[in-house]
Design a protein around this ligand. Sequence first.
Ligand code: NAD
Length: 402
Amino acid sequence: MAITISVLKEAPGENRVALSPDVVRKLVKNDYQVLIEQGAGERSFYRDAVYTEAGAKVVDRAEAITQATVIATIAQPDDATIDQMKAGQALIGLLSPLTDIDFVKKLAAKKITALAFELLPRTVSRAQTMDVLSSQASVAGYKVGLMAADHFSRYFPMMITAAGTAKPAKVLVLGTGVAGLQAIGTAKRLGAMVSGYDIRPASRGEVESLGATFLTTSVSATGEGGYARQLTEEETAQQQAELEGFIAQNNVIITTAQVPGRRPPLLVTQKSADEAKTGTLFMDLAASDLGGNVAGSKPGETVTTPNGAEIVGAGDMASQLPASASDMYAKNVQAVLNDVNEDGKLVFDIDDEVVGELLATYDGEIISNRLRSVMELPERKPAEPEEPETPAEDQDDAKGAD
Ligand code: NAD
């Protein structure tokens, strides 16, 4: 029987879709069956007819859920969806396992196989084609640069006109990982004067190679796997004080700082936001229900401070460029499927360095060691290779030697 991949319509507010028609075409060619919930691609400008043309079957939600071998989503599906799933079915998406342990426990209790992109070991080279965090951060960084230029009340580039000269906007990007570097590149292309700031000293070269200035910080905090680590209370206070000066010298501040599995660090304090000059624009890419990088930011909303600065809760930037974001996301999903497909069957090797970390749950167990550590469970050791059985004649030989 063919492997059936189902794609569900996301909750309102999420415009992306987990598979693009292009990837559906390739999967169907490789003997997968693809079910698309009616209207799933509409907000990404992929209509049902395009999926049908690509070889998918458009069905209602209940059929998509119950007939699936694996369900591909962008975000966590709702409880009703999980309730309809059966043991042994798989779910792949951005499932927020590190910050929503109850959801993980529910999946484990139902014996659902859950592959969560947040858990991917991104530094393993084989995993790079599966790296949703990078593909979506790249889209988000580009879009936030454009949105900043659109929101800002002045020109980004220097303009010399008969009516006078306009100074270029000064843009500061806090957090220069994948999203931050894209934001820098976009703001530079739009003509702004750009600087970047990060607590990973390794990012200096990347910022400077884009023609932006790297602001030197006294706080250095590289953690595991090339990520930033969480700062101590003392370091946080030191950083916030240092940033106050940098923020006051800029017109547009784009914040993208994250620490995997934790609340985003607060980089712009209430004091900095309150004292920002009228017309200053803060774009908070880290804004989510967990909090953001800017004090007072609200996801999806624009807040105006009493001084007349604007704080945009820009946590959904990838969803605001839905067709490109979905195209990239779909390729990441396809890369995972290719990796676990063995002769037309999905095989999840829990001891594999990539699959074993991507798996939040399998057969009722919590698999990823990163997730296990957050849940304070003991580390899972790979199974010992079995001793090869000694063939019967060798045993006889062994006896004869006695
Ligand atoms: P991220 O989204 O987790 O964080 C964004 C940025 O915020 C990072 O640059 C981080 O250093 C920075 N940050 C965190 N706390 C901060 C603070 N208090 N102040 C200022 N900045 C802060 O990170 P990301 O963009 O997904 O990736 C970061 C790094 O991870 C990469 O630059 C790279 O080193 C590594 N990475 C490697 C691979 C790979 O090897 N294939 C892929 C992706 C990422």
